[in-house]
Design a protein around this ligand. Sequence first.
Ligand SMILES: [Zn+2]
Length: 285
Amino acid sequence: MKYRQVEDPLKLIWPKFPSGYVWRSGNKGDKERYLMPSNPNEQPMGYEPLLQYTGLFRDFSELSLTEDAFRDFANSYGLLGLAHDVNRPHLLAESSFEWNDSVLRMRPLVALWRAIQTGNTHALASIGKWKDGEFLYEVGDSVRSGSQWFVPESGVIQSYELKNSGVAPGDIISAARQVLQRLVNRQLRVFPTLPALLFDREGKLRLFMQPQSLGSALWIQFSQAISENHTLRECSVCNHWFQVGGASGKRADAETCSPKCRQAKHRADLKGNARKARAKSRRQK
Ligand SMILES: [Zn+2]
């Protein structure tokens, strides 16, 4: 049986400004800082984040909480689109609070997912515990950034929810999976992905699922990674995360994320080998 080659059902073309982004202070009396295009009059260019960067959510989750790190991310991928209309995504600026908050919501959930994936019960014991047939959790740390405090997400998975999903009392991995599900679903509602008729590569209208912003793309990509148990690797050249194995089309032992990085690694290897050879010949003299 021959399968038709179809495009990924998820599709987002997201704008970024070629001249990049800058932080500016808000109006008088507003202590917040805002990230915005440095030249809002230029034409943004579109790219497909989900197609090009298969581990972008993990890069995002690891951003350091600094204006520089956020700006560099925006320079590469555009704004998150936190309050935006998908048809006019570049009109608004995004605050420092919103960026901190977005990273700090994703980071502990990626760590939680990793702990579940690797069966790290020690790490899982630090996010929650069983008590009287319920599971109490607290995900994330209290983090201070500037004058703002960010607090962990805490709550209870009740015994009937656990029972309905067939989680045996005391099973911390399955209980942690419930926590992950709940908190990721919460973000999927904040950052929605909706059905939309879009043009495919052949110029035909087709039904796609369209993340409504870059933030939505990050959360749907993370959700896909959870659902399909993706394996991610860190590129040895650019240090970005990318998916290997499965449907990614990349070998499980791939060291580089893209043809560009593969070539850079190849050139560096050649140089390294030449240097080694020179050192060897010097020693022999
Ligand atoms: Zn790379």
